[in-house]
Design a binder for this molecule. Sequence first.
Ligand code: LLP
Length: 436
Amino acid sequence: HGTAKVNRLGHLEIGGIDTVKLAEEFGTPLYVYDVALIRERAQSFRTTFDTLGVKAQVAYASKAFSAVAMVQLAEEEGLSLDVVSGGELHTALAAGFPPEKIHFHGNNKSIEEINLAIEKGIGCFVVDNFYELELLEELCAAQGKKVSILLRVTPGIEAHTHDYILTGQEDSKFGFGLENGQADSAIATALKSGHIDLLGIHCHIGSQIFETTGFLLAAKKIMAKLNDWKAAKKFEARVLNLGGGFGIRYTSEDDPIPASQYVEEIIAEVKNQAEAYGLKMPEIWIEPGRSMVGDAGTTLYKIGSRKEVPNVRQYVAVDGGMSDNIRPALYQAKYEAILANKALEQPEETVSIAGKCCESGDMLIWDLPLPKSSSNDLLAVFCTGAYGYSMANNYNRIPRPPVVFVENGEARLVVKRESFEDMIRLDLPLKEKVRN
Ligand code: LLP
């Protein structure tokens, strides 16, 4: 997919660059992003809205992969940006992203985070709970500023996905209950405020979703409520944000629909409902993370040791693991991989790819058919662009790998590799070192 192909040497090439060369130049493990593919994804979302003539904001959910260069790429592609913490907000601002196109999420924003966001004039707060609503009013008053908000609601939809990434159901830590009166009272509070401009409603029903049903159901429920609120002369929403969650293909077991189809069906549903109720068509905002960057990322690892459990399994270990990709350990996520330096060779054996962390659960892929491999071969694991680097950690004090953007035959380092020195950068000694 994307610009990935096999070159004349039988090596995997991405963005016009031989991955074997990338591994030589930048070392392994290495996150490689196919920039052209990210641009294509961004443009496809935007074109779908444009073609249908619907006012929209496509906000890239930066939690999927936040880095200064990525934020700048999002800006180049005309995207808005969803941030969920002071750190993501700081990254966006440091990248020079226009504050008015930043949407600030989170179920427990701190006073410092809220103050920073107000001060910088960010475009929209997605308010999650009553505590935040009060705090925001107070902090805006103190700064003498006004902010725009959406209220995040939980419409009671159970998207078919992994339990840990299910958020739209009523028993969730996120948002105001749509049907238990919480959303009604939040709206009333927001409308009374002199410092808050209530733009509309937000919901996010889950992640890695393969069907449109959940989105359409959520849209329907919210539109019905919007109608009640309008009828009661409370307010008319200008914005309906239906979150992210569009699924991608990690392995051949996954069968997602094209991202544009989610958008088309959502728009059709909201239009229908708006017409039926005689409501103004709201702007539609979405927040794709995974579907923007997921399949654009590939992780390159060097193969090291091998262990055979006779008659059971061959473990083949790589120089990374759950420290750079925690998703298999956390969600039993599945990935596909090939030998990047032997991309044309046929599979000869089935091996299981182990990470190097001291933890039995640190397995990246079980039962992967591969050509005969030996140490120093290069393993390319596909679709690691979302929630890979962003969830990377220093377990076992393993430095996080660097990130390289490739496009049109050029490679650009956008995040440096951490060093051993970085591992102790924040440590303070108990006493002076006695030995070297
Ligand atoms: N908007 C909101 C409010 C969200 O909570 C999320 C993801 C998104 C947008 C973007 O969703 P996406 O389009 O990326 O599915 N760490 C998990 C995924 C957690 C998703 C959290 N929220 C994983 O690796 O699968």
